[in-house]
Design a protein around this ligand. Sequence first.
Ligand code: PLP
Length: 386
Amino acid sequence: MIYLDHNATTPCDPAVFEEMKKWFTEMFFNPSSIYTPSQQARQAIEDARKKVAKLLDASPEEIIFTSGGTESNNTAIIGTAYLKKNKGNHIITSLIEHHAVLNVCKFLEKNMGFQITYLPVDKYGLVDPDDVKKAITDKTILISIMAANNEIGTIEPIEEIGKIAKENNILFHCDGVQVAGKIPVSVKKLNVDFFSLSAHKFYGPKGIGALYVRKGVKFRPILYGGHQEKGLRPGTENVPAIVGLGKACEIAEKNMEDDASKEKVLRDKLEKLLFERIPEIIVNGHPEKRLYNTLNICVKYVEGESMLLHLDFEGICASSGSACTSGSLEPSHVLLALGIPPEVAHGSLRFSLGRPNTMEEIEKTADVLPKIVEKLRKMSPFWDKK
Ligand code: PLP
């Protein structure tokens, strides 16, 4: 099997799994109880909190554990909307956010009378900070822009947007799920008030994430219950997963530079070979301001899903921007926002590389895909006409 879908999820690092194990079995204790083993579990949580904080250049008190990126985004956006709805009902976001932001905004629009500005992006997927500035009104309470896009890898000008938010005294949330553990992040430098991350995107376990909340920034919790996480995210802590997240942060910090240089070489090689071997393809995303592991292409006159199925027959796992919704294939909202015509967007493929990938895997993929495309194009009436 060749796994090239690391933006969807990564394998749990064996060292992370090893560290987690005892917190499932012999150290199963509830961290809120008073006896010594429980206090050890509490300590393990606090140690993990320090590691997450270190990865983000934050203080441990600014980290809240959640169930992942989706919950972190929901908490920041809905939690701010609840608290500030009397001050204003306007939120600024972009057209290319993950659904864990877009659908939260749609919920607020439909159910809480919020007005949302969905900013356009340029052909590379970049949000223009000037557009953010122009969209601000006296009712704006929050700006939410992602650090890097999960489909095309474009890295957004977060620091500049953060400055604008600060100058205008508006809270700024950044969905950092695709950058945390991949590239260096300093929440202080980025001027963000909220920052979401998710462990399973950087070799940690699934179902655990964190939300950075700048010291002094308030929001209303979206869950109610016990006193855990200072009452801001109640529920018995998932100790093994939290420990795993901490370990994944520690490993990411150590490996980040090596991962980046190795994966970039592989990604660039894949891009070059596919370009040489397949006519009529385009690369999506910014040529330079792009995650080093991500390659998103559109292969004209072919369906992304057909290519994925054929790749799967060959043991290659990749993904496409399209989502199969209620029986109809919708092209990716991200690719459409770049101005790509729907018929071209349907032919999208995303390869996202990770730590375990090798040059042999890249070469095999670059051998297999052109043959698949040739075969599918032979069956395509559009290719025929062309
Ligand atoms: N935000 C982005 C940019 C993502 O890529 C993802 C996952 O694909 C999420 C949020 C959701 O994260 P999780 O799977 O941890 O809920």
